[in-house]
Design a protein around this ligand. Sequence first.
Ligand SMILES: Nc1ncnc2c1ncn2[C@@H]1O[C@H](COP(=O)(O)OP(=O)(O)OP(=O)(O)O)[C@@H](O)[C@H]1O
Length: 313
Amino acid sequence: MNESYRDKPAIVLEGVTKAFRRNQVLAGETFTVERGKTFAFLGRNGAGKTTTIRMLLGLLMPDSGKMRVLDCDPATDPIEVRRHVGYLAEDQQMYGWMTVDEILRFVAPFYSTWDHDLALKYVREFDLPLNQKIKTLSKGQNVRLGLVLALAHRPELVILDDPALGLDPVMRRQFNRDLISHLQGEGRTVFYSSHLLYEVEPVADEVAILHEGRILRQADTETLRRDVKQFVLPTDLIPRVRDEFALLDSQTHREETVVTVENAAAVAALLQREGLEHRVVELNLDEIFEAYVAGDPKARRATTTEEQEAVES
Ligand SMILES: Nc1ncnc2c1ncn2[C@@H]1O[C@H](COP(=O)(O)OP(=O)(O)OP(=O)(O)O)[C@@H](O)[C@H]1O
């Protein structure tokens, strides 16, 4: 791997498509992960997160589009990519009959950069019993062991595929704390896939939302909070201002309509300028995620038409 990759983003995807028979899973997926950032990759179940990760690791070929991982093409250079990437799969299966110590020694020779002292340090910090068989570990211990295996070769990039799936809320928070203390500040890039925004929020520098094969939005969490808000307006005002909304959702409840927009500052300025009656509702990150992925755009358009008809009649 050429050293020049250090000046480049850790991951670049441009217009990636992938279909399984007639199921078009990715339809022009485009995003960039800058080096040293923790990037939350969000999507509902079945959105195509694991499919994307398998392509990043060179385990699956895209139908079209461009991919660079640490400035390598994973489709043509998968071994080089995997050498520099730590990967924790969702529901990782490991050899249950091995002890923790045995699996560390088994995995070590695959990586020239394996740091056994670092592995043992993580084992101590994560409270893992070295001489216990993997099949007797709890789910939480299993995930933490997976993290040790993903980190002990000091990878440039760590890819986590829904790692906290199946853990209880306390264990999930513990896992995130472990992640923060061991990865952030070391300048590593973390690609953290999840379907729970609140779970990744404390660790994420940036969030990307995958829906219907495309990235709907990539932004830092502060920007998302600032841009995406709800406004409650008298329904009969909607036709006057509708064209100014970057609309994510709209719900009419008789005289009142609740709109969720992604240009909150502009909408607030407009409503104030025109002196129009309204209320602003701040959204938490889960509500913001839901606004992007829960509503069907066609349904949203239909709702708007219904509003129009209601207003015009
Ligand atoms: N090898 C495959 N053959 C056929 N279809 C597949 C294959 N792999 C994935 N799919 C389909 O692609 C879609 C996306 O699956 P994927 O596992 O990437 O989603 P995901 O976002 O990771 O979901 P989850 O959060 O549930 O893990 C699903 O409809 C799935 O059935």
